[in-house]
Design a binder for this molecule. Structure first.
Ligand code: ZN
Length: 67
């Protein structure tokens, strides 16, 4: 089946019986990310996680904010 990337409109064809195809057919959400967009998002997500950890660490220290 042919799928269109939600982000860059790049059209790719995937195996009809692949996990991705089944997932797209079962749910009516047509959200498909091509490899390059997927990699880009994964990278951003990892960056956000790193930032999140940093913020968590920051929050632990100042306990006298409300005084
Ligand atoms: Zn894309």
């Amino acid at each position: 089946m042919q799928v269109k990337c939600t982000i860059c409109d790049n059209i790719e064809s995937i195996e009809d019986d692949s996990f991705e195809a089944k997932r797209l057919r079962n749910r009516r959400i047509h959200m498909y990310l091509c490899k390059s967009c997927y990699d880009r998002i994964e990278y951003k997500t990892k960056q956000r996680h790193a930032t999140g950890k940093f913020q968590l660490y920051e929050e632990k220290k100042p306990t006298d904010d409300y005084i």
